[in-house]
Design a protein around this ligand. Structure first.
Ligand code: TA6
Length: 304
């Protein structure tokens, strides 16, 4: 983005004491939010919340120190928007994993200072020739980010075409933890899941989730709120949701972390993904002219 465009963006949509537009990592245009409640960074490339930190606690979202910040590559961390397919493309392995919107250039469609002191930033993306070459549908996406004592991220999907469309997707949230072996994840007890590392049978979660090896699970038919219990950081992070009937829990552990160039060998220790998804059986069909919404609501509660 040229400096003049950035200054225009600030003139039109910047809000003092709330949001300013800057060139962030890799020179990518980002919205920097600072208000009475929290700070946050939102990349226009990918429409991706990169950082969120309420005042008085450690960063809530995690990003790799080795992440790429360049067109054509997904940014490793924050909340990637995976759409219109989750994971590998169901039939064409040549197509990018997790869809194409996390490597697309979004536009800012609005900003607002909320009455409670929170800051709202809206981004949008519509189909174009290059997207239709990958996925033959017309669509309009809006990502509504509200940064306050709670972080709300909502993906609004509008079917602007003349035929129904069916998608899978995720708000693929990366969270900072004190140490992956020192946390528990509540909220999925009794829920059936697919273990991506053991395709075939389905399993039932028993109690809280503790992670001691590569973990990649799609929890099914659940609308529940997950909670990351992190005594090491003296906090609990809750991840509520709407418009989602599946939740993914992922940590790459040692070997997979070593295979990823945009992921430090030891970084698996300091993160976990709790993903607000429409995945596996949880596909979403939107009729012509229809709308669907996927929302994650992230809140931090500090130990007394
Ligand atoms: O959500 C879990 C997952 O599908 C894992 O299988 C792993 O591939 C992860 O997403 C990251 O995918 P990415 O394409 O961002 O490297």
């Amino acid at each position: 983005m040229r400096p003049v465009e950035l200054s225009d963006l600030n003139a039109q949509l910047g809000i003092p004491k709330h949001v300013a537009f800057v060139l962030g990592p890799g020179g990518l245009p980002t919205a920097e939010v600072q208000n009475d409640h929290a700070t946050a960074t939102i990349s226009m490339y990918g429409g991706q919340v990169l950082a969120y930190q309420p005042h008085g606690t450690a960063p809530v979202l995690w990003a790799s120190k080795h992440s790429y910040y360049q067109p054509g590559k997904a940014i490793r961390g924050g909340i990637p928007v995976c759409w219109p397919w989750f994971g590998p493309h169901p039939t064409d392995s040549e197509l990018p994993a997790h869809g194409f919107v996390r490597t697309s250039q979004w536009a800012i469609s609005g900003t607002r200072a909320a009455a409670d002191g929170a800051t709202e930033v809206r981004l949008e993306l519509s189909d174009a020739e290059q997207t239709r070459a990958l996925w033959p549908h017309s669509f309009h996406l809006e990502l509504i980010v509200v940064v306050g004592p709670v972080l709300s991220v909502e993906l609004v999907v509008r079917n602007t075409g003349e035929q129904q469309l069916t998608y899978t997707g995720a708000l693929h949230s990366y969270f900072t933890v004190s140490d992956i072996t020192n946390i528990a994840i509540d909220g999925l007890d009794g829920v059936q899941y697919i273990d991506q590392l053991q395709p075939g049978p389905r399993f039932i979660q028993k109690g809280a989730i503790a992670i001691s090896s590569e973990t990649d699970r799609i929890y099914l038919d659940t609308a529940g709120t997950c909670v990351i219990e992190d005594a090491g950081l003296g906090r609990r992070i809750s991840i509520g949701k709407a418009g989602s009937r599946s939740t993914v829990v992922w940590n790459p552990w040692v070997a997979k972390a070593q295979r990823m160039r945009d992921f430090g060998d030891e970084e698996y220790r300091e993160m976990v993904c709790i993903e607000t998804t429409n995945a596996a059986d949880d596909r979403v069909t939107v009729p012509e002219g229809g709308t669907s919404r996927l929302q994650a609501t992230i809140a931090v509660e500090l130990d007394a």
